[in-house]
Design a protein around this ligand. Structure first.
Ligand code: TRP
Length: 337
């Protein structure tokens, strides 16, 4: 028999480092798709400023970048009434749950984390306890909202696996309290590669010429695509293995125009790499210029942006408190009057 009970929406949680230069890779692989989820899921996007201070930050810059990332999310089409977009430090539950989870995480587990080992190598002068504990704070982010799905890149798989282990360990002691989250991976083929080393993923930590930031000015975008690495056989064909540079430009065009790769290729048949790059520049600008205009409008209206962040932090806090109270009770903290 049919019932009219609406299915309970699943929760998606994602954390974004406030580094300010989200790339077209982030746009194509994540942000753009998030707009398609906003009606079917409860989506929570957290600007993780507490994670950011595990390496030294300039305070004024960090403050601005947090707003910038939130504004970029909204400018890309994420409705701040449907999605919860907020700053991690505005919801104290993250730190409170992280403390509890610390007591259910082993030193050995944390010392095996490859990102921790990498960061120790890169920041040898500042190997602080926060860096070590980073994955537990990340687990707290996710478990605090009982998230079902977590969109992440391959580099965060190990952290998510640890989150699942902590959740299961806790559940095995106290009963089913935490939802054990699953990774949510974008479609393969939507991976955008470096413009200079097209066999590597596009990354904002590489030199400037390797990536296009969502907020890059028009002349920088034109220059970077013009200088993108191709090959010398001159044929426009999609073949990531043998022609990674050309294939990457084709993928960017396809992703940003919504056209199939095959039809992009046939449109450009018989033309040179100059035409390929012009087409790529055109679709990138067509996509990014309106986003940039909206971003600038939001950044100029700090009052509005602040009110959105405040309101969303309150909504997040409400959900966070629900989980936190339950967990505090489970571990035996005394009840409040
Ligand atoms: N560690 C993640 C990264 O560097 C950011 C992050 C923090 C995160 N908390 C999260 C991602 C929770 C997903 C869910 O990309």
């Amino acid at each position: 028999m049919e019932t009219n009970t609406p299915e309970v929406k699943k929760t998606i949680f994602s954390g974004i480092q406030p580094s300010g230069s989200l790339t077209i890779g982030n746009y194509i692989g994540a942000l753009r798709n998030f707009t398609l989820l906003q009606d079917d899921y409860n989506c929570i996007y957290c600007v993780v400023d507490m994670h950011a201070i595990t390496v030294r930050q300039d305070p004024a810059q960090l403050r601005r970048r947090c707003l910038e990332v939130a504004a970029t999310y909204i400018a890309c089409g994420l409705d701040p009434k449907k999605n919860i977009i907020y700053c991690q430090s505005h919801v104290s539950g993250h730190a409170e749950l992280a403390w509890i989870l610390n007591c259910f995480t082993y030193m050995g587990e944390l010392s095996r984390m490859t990102q921790y080992k990498d960061k120790c190598a890169r920041h040898a002068d500042n190997i602080n306890a926060g860096l070590f504990d980073y994955p537990v704070l990340m687990a707290a982010d996710i478990l605090l909202y009982q998230a079902d799905l977590v969109p992440i890149g391959a580099d965060q798989k190990q952290h998510l696996e640890l989150t699942r282990n902590i959740a299961q360990r806790f559940n095995s002691i106290y009963g089913d309290v935490f939802t054990v989250p699953e990774g949510y991976f974008g479609k393969v083929g939507s991976r955008i590669m470096s413009l200079q080393e097209p066999t590597r993923k596009m990354s904002k930590s590489d030199p400037d010429e390797c990536y296009i930031a969502i907020l890059d000015p028009e002349d920088a975008i034109r220059r970077k695509i013009k200088r993108a690495v191709t090959d010398s056989d001159g044929e426009i064909r999609y073949d990531p293995e043998n022609k990674p540079g050309v294939s990457n430009l084709l993928s960017i065009i396809a992703a940003m125009s919504g056209q199939e790769i095959d039809s992009v290729v046939s449109d450009l048949q018989g033309q040179g790499y100059g035409a390929l790059k012009n087409r790529c520049t055109e679709v990138v600008l067509d996509t990014l210029l309106p986003i940039q205009a909206e971003h600038a409008r939001l950044m100029a209206d700090k009052g509005y942006l602040q009110s959105i962040l405040d309101e969303n932090a309150q909504r997040a806090n409400h959900l966070a408190q629900k989980t936190l109270r339950k967990i505090q009770k489970k571990v035996g903290f005394a009840a409040r009057g």
